[in-house]
Design a protein around this ligand. Structure first.
Ligand code: RB5
Length: 146
């Protein structure tokens, strides 16, 4: 599976840890930056990861900023993206099972790297399985198309 990654400066260190961990596990990575702790604007990275997922260059995306809020809002502006900001593995599992989220957003200043890696693992390894929720997702998609 290919995973797209992106972060601003606030999420850079955690993105690096996530990238190393996913590479070790054999995942392919598309890293859209940023490449240092130098201050940048998070929307650019949320958009890039969102566009890559919608274009099917990657199956899922993980975006990181200080809180996870700004970059998740940005990723969600890309048509077809359902980005979920998660602070624990239960949310990550539900985001996939119920919401068919295609991007996980994390806040590097909110959770530690151990929790973050566990969340990423859960997100990637959980499938959309609650098809009774599909109607609700269709309602979102239909609204997005207006
Ligand atoms: C950057 O300082 C910070 O605002 C950003 O990483 C993020 O938390 C925004 O939502």
């Amino acid at each position: 599976m290919k995973v797209a990654l992106g972060s601003d400066h606030g999420g850079y260190e955690l993105k690096k840890i996530i990238k190393e961990n996913l590479l070790e596990k054999g995942y392919e990575i598309l890293d859209f930056g940023t490449e240092s702790s130098k201050s940048v604007d998070y929307p650019e990275y949320g958009f890039k990861v969102g566009q890559a997922v919608v274009a099917k260059e990657a199956e899922l995306g993980v975006v990181v900023c200080g809180t996870g809020i700004g970059i998740s809002i940005s990723a969600n502006k890309v048509k077809g993206i359902r980005a979920a900001l998660c602070t624990d593995s239960y949310m990550a599992r539900m985001a996939r099972e119920h919401n068919n989220a295609n991007i996980l957003a994390l806040g590097a200043r909110v959770i530690g790297s151990g929790v973050a890696l566990d969340i990423v693992d859960t997100f990637i390894n959980t499938a959309f399985s609650e098809f009774r929720h599909a109607r609700r997702l269709e309602i979102i998609t239909e609204y997005e198309g207006k």
